[in-house]
Structures are given as structure tokens and as C-alpha cells.
Write a protein that binds this ligand. Structure first.
Ligand SMILES: C[S@@+](CC[C@H](N)C(=O)[O-])C[C@H]1O[C@@H](n2cnc3c(N)ncnc32)[C@H](O)[C@@H]1O
Length: 210
């Protein structure tokens, strides 16, 4: 699919032609790498735009002022790499944390091709998070762990004022109930623009209950 073909799909997201071309490049490179590196679930390949690219892109509007973004367990770049590409024109810098070296190679490759401000940390998130306390405006993580676990990992960031953005599927309410057993936090439950059953949890403060 060319940048021109994807323009109607991207219309609700208000991105420039240059950004849409870079996102189309991400899609075509993902398909090329997938054949040998198996970067995303094979079942999601027929809907890369809805399942991965647009699902990631919608997070940009949840934190319009963000300048420094930390994405944990980025995989093949969702949402972090998409946000780095789409946020390039507003000066957004995204740090992508991923422990799998094959996925990190893909992330670096796309960052180079697109010129996106994406810094790849090939590491376990537990070792990287402390460096961003008091610095990151936003922390995100998609399909990485249940909310209670995510809050445990990111609490030092959230306590220091970082906003947490966590896309969740139809189990969002159950994950919130479970997380409330250990944490007190402020949350907005936002609808997803790509999946009527999914939610985006926007968490802005946190306290441990123990
Ligand atoms: C299910 S995938 C989700 C990838 C991507 N966020 C998405 O939604 O498509 C989870 C990713 O997190 C990475 N991961 C898991 N635990 C990690 C950790 N402790 N530190 C860094 N990366 C981790 C895995 O290698 C994998 O690529």
C-alpha cells in the first residue's frame, strides 16, 4: 500500500502526507521482515493498519503536550515507533524498551529509514525505567502485562508526574478491579478509535495501598 492509498484511512487522525508515507513504509518493511523474523502475530498481518498502526497512532492525541515518551515492551514498534514517526513534526522523542534483539534490529532499521526521534534500548525494562523517573512525560505499554503488573513497574514514574497510557482489550474493567487491590490511582477510561471493545487507560497519579 502506498502513502497515497493509506491517506483515507489516516484522514481521521490528521497526519501530514510525509507522516502517512513513513507509516506506509513501516507497514511494507514489517511485511518484508515478518517473512524471516516473525515480528508480530501472524494472525494480525491482514489488518496491520487497524490492529497495529492506527491503534498506536490514536495515543498521540491522549497526550498532546508530551515531549519525552517511554514505551515499554515495544515489540515491532507498537505503539512507540508509530508515535515517534507521527510525533516527529512536533519534536517528540520516544524511547523504546525491548529485550528481544531481533525486534530491536527492526526498530533501529525503521528509525533510520524514517528519521524518527526513536531511541532503542535493547534491555529489560526494569533496568531502564529508573533512568526516566522525573523525566518522561508519558509511559506506555501495549500487550505487555496485566495492569497491576504494569503499575508495579511504572509506579516510580507515575509518582513523579509521568502519565501512564495503557491500551487494554475487553478485560479492562477486570484489570482495573484487580489493580485497585494494590494501588490507589486516578484513571480516565477512554474509548478506542479502532476497536469498540477496547479501552485506553490514562493514569495520572498513584499510591501503593500496602
Ligand atoms: C506481546 S509483545 C507486545 C509488543 C508490542 N507492544 C505490541 O503491542 O505489539 C511484548 C513485548 O515485550 C517484550 N518484553 C517482555 N518483557 C520485557 C521486559 N521485561 N523488558 C523489555 N521488554 C520486554 C517482549 O520481547 C515482546 O516483544
Amino acid at each position: 500500500m502506498t502513502g497515497q492509498d493509506v491517506q483515507p484511512r489516516l484522514a481521521p487522525f490528521d497526519v501530514s502526507r510525509e507522516t502517512s508515507e513513513k507509516l506506509a513504509l513501516l507497514e511494507s518493511e514489517l511485511r518484508r521482515w515478518q517473512a524471516i523474523k516473525n515480528l508480530v502475530g501472524p494472525g494480525t498481518l491482514d489488518r496491520i493498519w487497524e490492529r497495529h498502526i492506527l491503534d498506536s497512532l490514536q495515543l498521540l492525541a491522549c497526550a498532546p503536550e508530551a515531549r519525552l515518551w517511554l514505551d515499554l515492551g515495544s515489540g515491532a514498534g507498537f505503539p512507540g515507533l508509530v508515535l515517534a514517526i507521527a510525533g516527529q513534526e512536533r519534536g517528540l522523542e520516544v524511547h523504546l524498551v525491548e529485550s528481544n534483539s531481533r525486534k530491536c534490529a527492526f526498530l533501529r532499521h525503521i528509525a533510520r529509514l524514517t528519521g524518527a526521534k526513536a531511541v532503542v534500548h535493547e534491555a529489560r525494562l526494569e533496568t531502564v525505567v529508573p533512568d526516566f523517573v522525573g523525566k518522561a512525560d508519558v509511559v506506555s505499554a501495549r500487550a505487555l502485562a496485566p495492569l497491576a503488573t504494569l503499575l508495579g513497574w511504572t509506579a516510580p514514574l507515575l509518582k513523579a508526574g509521568t502519565i501512564g497510557l495503557f491500551p487494554k482489550g475487553r478485560d479492562a474493567e477486570a484489570e482495573l478491579t484487580e489493580a485497585r487491590k494494590s494501588w490507589k490511582f486516578a484513571v480516565e477510561v477512554l474509548p478506542s478509535r479502532t476497536d469498540s471493545e477496547a479501552r485506553i487507560l490514562r493514569i495520572s497519579s498513584i499510591e501503593s495501598l500496602s
